[in-house]
Structure formats: structure tokens, C-alpha cells
Design a protein around this ligand. Structure first.
Ligand SMILES: Cc1cc2nc3c(=O)[nH]c(=O)nc-3n(C[C@H](O)[C@H](O)[C@H](O)COP(=O)(O)O)c2cc1C
Length: 491
């Protein structure tokens, strides 16, 4: 669903009961700690932040609940988790670029500050966690760059730390699309023009952390995903298209690293650790700041998983499509397991059709774009296990996997400096690889018919009991009952 702007999204979050308003907190650690307390429960709108004018706000835990993800991506509210993944998977398979519409003006141009007026410290940027090395204005941001050769526009979420009134750091993992783009400018001896959106409507933001193919603009993807083109205006200094209704945009340039880098980090990372420490990374020289009246910074406090940006629905849907594109038949469900940090452990449910089918599915997970990077465990389960119900996945691991014969280990897989388990010596050598385990938590195909049946009431029996004992079952919600009744009889 397309929102008019972040403010309408906040209002909708309030209507569905997942917004908390808190006034008068300190940006220095307290705001981050409160965000941690409400992780995966509620989004928080902080106002009257200590030392800042009322109206200069921070909106954190921006996609804290599945209900908000569903709102943003047009998933019917009544669908359960696996059905939501299936809905998105089918939707993603029909992608048609929906380019942005360029407007002459928009609310983001209400305040345009350049020259001496550029002052990053005018915003109540949080210091999120105690071991962080500074204040991070870009955590749930959209970093916009344009390919200098082909002209396509990319945006991605990359962290941005405030160094001083006119300079930020920007940490982009090697190989990300914005990294490839900025290297093209640097190769010509130029600085890379950039616009960082630090407050925006999540229905525009979502593609910034999805694996949108190189050369495809996230704007075209966002417009299609929310069934309405994004309205943009031309940023005054860089000419980059920025959302017309964004809250705060920093415009500037990233000079080549040989011209300037500064120490960045440490930062509480999505992995739940401070693994990449502090290093010299490129900076943004901020040339202008644009903001709405009473601007709102959007933020996520990463750190301890499960993450509070709940992206498992979209990540799972993308992986499911990639498995089908790789030719894996009879995939019945895919889940990026949230407590593990949603891209480090995947559960895939298949209806086994032939010997080697489970291995084929697992190898495809490790080899496709979504599953290859920084993902350590793949669990293959049978079709009677809903992979989004993590208790059931563990039941399958404990009861259908023989550790000596049902686990494969593959070494030398794609990782990065954020990997908490990377040995210090490997890290020093820049050898960013880890191993992957495949856990076959499925019945061995060779004797699948001899596997003992699962103890479960049949759907028919449960339906009958549900009708007969309506009064007794009144302490179950309709959703709980629906979930239980989805259980199948397994031979
Ligand atoms: C909350 C959040 C923070 C992220 N921070 C970073 C970051 O600091 N650096 C980075 O390279 N990727 C980060 N990512 C991952 C990228 O945004 C993601 O891989 C995205 O698809 C990259 O866009 P690209 O494919 O256009 O390069 C983050 C993702 C999320 C959800």
C-alpha cells in the first residue's frame, strides 16, 4: 500500500495498535535502549527530545511487526505467515518497472540549507548503543546514487555516522551496488554524488534492502511493489531524484578514498555484534541539507537479533523464487528464520520426489544470490512442516536428522567483515569466508514410506471438535485456531 508520506504510515501504525509515543527522552543511549525494549512489539515516535526543539522527532523500530510489513507490501491482513510469503513470492514474480513521477516541488523542499547553514548537529540523531563509536543518522536510510555511464539510479540502506557538522562516514560493503557505482566515479578521478534520505515512508524504503538486480532502480521496484509510482523532486545540488515527501535528505559527495577517509564505527551491527570494529572508510562531504518542517529521522537500532526490521517475509519470498528459477521442483515453503537473524539460517520445505532432491534444494539455497551471502545453515524439511513455525522446524531437526549421516558441511563460502565467527587471522588476511551446514531434517528418501507416522489429530477431527466445543474453545483466538487446523495428517 502506498502512503502519502511517513506521517500517514505512522498514523496507520497507530490505528492498528502498534505505535508508542514517548516524549522527553535523551538521544544519548536512552532512545536506543527504549527502542530495544519495544523491539518487535511496537514502533516508537520520540518527540521533545532532550536539547532539541519539539517537533524534531525520531521514529524507531519502523517495521517492528508483521502487520506493518503486510500494510506496506499490500499483503491481505488475514493471511498467515506462510501464505503471506507465498503471496509475495507470486507478486515478486510479476515485477514490472514502475518509474517515479518527477514533480517540481514537494514538502522536502520546505527547508533548504546550504553553505554555512549546513549543520548535521541540528537533528536529534541517536547514539544507539553504549559501545557505538558515534551518532548514527543513517540506519533505516536510503542512499541514492546514479550510475555515471548508464544513468540508472540505485538506492540501498548503508549506515551513516555523523563525524561533524558537515561530514558523515558511510559504510558500504564491497560489491554492493552503490559501491560498484562509486568506484566508477573514483576511476575517473571524481567524487561520487550522493543523497541520503534519513526519513521516509517505509513503503518506499523497503526495496532499499531487498536484492533488486543490478541495473534495476529501486524506485521502479518501489513504485510497482506499492502499486503507485514514487513522487520525486530533483535535489538542488546533485540533481539526484529524492522522494518529494521525504523528511530529511543530506546531499553531497563521496570523495575517492585516497582523497579522504575517516575512522568509522564501531557500530552495533545487524549480526548482533561489533564484529567489524573501527576502520577507515569513505566519507560524505555534505553540501546541502533538505528537510520538512518538524522533520522525523527514521531509525533502527540493530544489535541483538532478531532484528527489529522484520524483513523475513520479503527475503523468504525472494529466495523461494530463486529456488524455482534454479529448477528446484515442489518447494512448499521457505523461511528466513528470524531468531537467527533472518539471512543466516533458512528453512525450506519440499515434497521429496526423488533421491537427491533434498540435496539439490539445499545446494540451490547456498548458490543463489539471496542464500549465498553470510548464510550458515540451511534446514530442509518435508512438506508437512510449515517452515515459518520455527518450533516445528526444530521438531523435524530433532526427529528426522541423523547427525552422522544427515549433515553436509561446505567450506569457503561468501562472508564479510561483519561475521562474528571469522577467526582474527583470517580477518587480518581479508579472507572473508565461512562454512555452511546443510541439515537434512527430512525423512530419508530411500525409506520414506517406512518412516513412523506423526502423532496429530486429523483436520477433519479438529474441525468437528471445533464446532462441537465452541464454548470451551472460546479462549483461543480465531487466528490461533486457524493455525492449529492447518495441521495435516502425515503417514
Ligand atoms: C537496517 C539495515 C541496515 C543495513 N546496513 C548496511 C550497511 O551499513 N552497509 C551495507 O553495505 N549494507 C547494509 N545493509 C544491507 C543492504 O542494505 C542490502 O544488502 C541492500 O540490498 C543493498 O542494496 P544494493 O543491492 O543496491 O547494493 C543493511 C540492511 C538493513 C535492513
Amino acid at each position: 500500500m502506498a502512503f502519502r508520506d511517513l506521517r500517514e504510515y505512522i498514523q496507520k501504525s497507530e490505528e492498528i495498535g502498534v505505535l508508542k509515543r514517548i516524549d522527553g527522552v535523551d538521544w544519548n543511549l536512552d532512545l536506543g535502549a527504549l527502542s530495544d525494549l519495544y523491539r518487535r512489539r511496537k514502533s516508537i515516535l520520540f518527540d521533545k527530545i532532550k536539547g532539541y526543539p519539539a517537533g524534531f522527532r525520531v521514529f524507531s523500530n519502523i517495521l517492528a511487526t508483521e502487520a506493518q510489513q503486510k500494510l506496506c507490501m499490500g499483503i491481505p491482513a488475514e493471511l498467515g505467515t506462510l501464505d503471506s510469503v507465498r503471496f509475495l513470492k507470486n507478486k515478486f514474480a510479476t515485477f514490472k518497472p514502475t518509474p517515479p513521477v518527477v514533480r517540481k516541488t514537494g514538502p522536502i523542499l520546505e527547508n533548504v540549507l546550504s553553505g554555512d547553514k549546513v549543520d548535521l548537529l541540528k537533528f536529534p540523531t541517536p547514539w544507539w548503543h553504549e559501545l557505538d563509536g558515534g551518532r548514527y543518522i543513517g540506519t533505516a536510510d536510503m542512499v541514492i546514487t546514479r550510475d555515471p555511464d548508464d544513468g540508472w539510479v540505485n538506492f540501498g540502506t548503508y549506515r551513516v555516522m555523523v563525524h561533524d557538522a558537515k561530514t558523515t562516514g558511510i559504510y558500504i560493503v564491497a560489491g554492493r551496488h552503490a559501491d560498484l557505482i562509486r568506484r566508477k566515479y573514483w576511476a575517473k578521478g571524481q567524487a561520487c554524488p550522493v543523497a541520503v534520505v534519513c526519513g521516509e515512508d517505509p513503503s518506499v524504503f523497503i526495496p532499499s534492502h531487498l536484492s533488486v538486480p543490478y541495473g534495476v532502480s529501486e524506485y521502479d521496484y518501489a513504485g510497482w511493489l506499492r502499486d503507485k509510482p514514487v513522487e520525486v523532486v530533483k535535489a538542488p545540488v546533485t540533481g539526484l531524484p529524492i522522494p518529494a515527501a521525504a523528511e530529511i535528505v543530506l546531499e553531497g559527495e563521496i570523495p575517492p578514498p585516497e582523497v579522504e577517509t575517516r575512522l568509522e564505527g564501531p557500530f552495533g551491527e545487524w549480526t548482533g555484534y561489533y564484529a567489524s570494529g573501527q576502520r577507515n572508510v569513505p566519507v560524505i562531504r555534505v553540501k546541502s541539507i533538505l528537510h520538512r518542517n518538524d522533520p522525523i529521522i527514521t531509525g533502527v537500532s540493530s544489535g541483538l537479533v532478531p532484528s527489529e526490521v522484520r524483513t523475513s517475509l520479503s527475503v523468504s519470498a525472494i529466495l523461494w523464487n530463486q529456488l524455482e528459477q534454479a529448477g528446484v521442483p515442489e518447494v512448499r515453503g521457505v523461511w528466513a528464520m528470524e531468531p537467527a537473524g533472518f539471512t543466516r539460517m533458512y528453512a525450506v520445505s519440499i515434497k521429496q520426489c526423488y533421491a537427491g532432491h533434498a540435496k539439490q534444494a539445499a545446494m540451490a539455497v547456498g548458490g543463489c544470490r539471496q542464500g549465498a551471502h553470510h548464510s550458515k545453515f540451511t534446514i530442509i524439511v518435508d512438506e508437512d512442516i510449515d517452515p515459518t513455525i520455527e518450533d516445528d522446524v526444530w521438531f523435524a531437526v530433532a526427529s528426522r536428522c541423523d547427525p552422522a549421516t544427515s549433515i553436509d558441511i561446505i567450506s569457503g563460502c561468501w562472508s564479510d567483515p561483519l561475521d562474528s565467527r571469522l577467526e582474527p587471522e583470517k580477518k587480518d588476511r581479508g579472507e572473508y569466508t565461512h562454512s555452511k551446514a546443510i541439515i537434512y531434517a527430512c525423512k530419508p528418501y530411500q525409506w520414506i514410506d517406512k518412516f513412523p507416522p506423526v502423532v496429530r489429530s486429523s483436520p477433519e477431527l479438529l474441525e468437528r471438535v471445533k464446532e462441537k466445543y465452541k464454548g470451551t474453545l472460546s479462549d483461543f483466538s480465531e487466528a490461533e485456531l486457524k493455525r492449529i487446523l492447518r495441521a495435516k495428517v502425515v503417514k
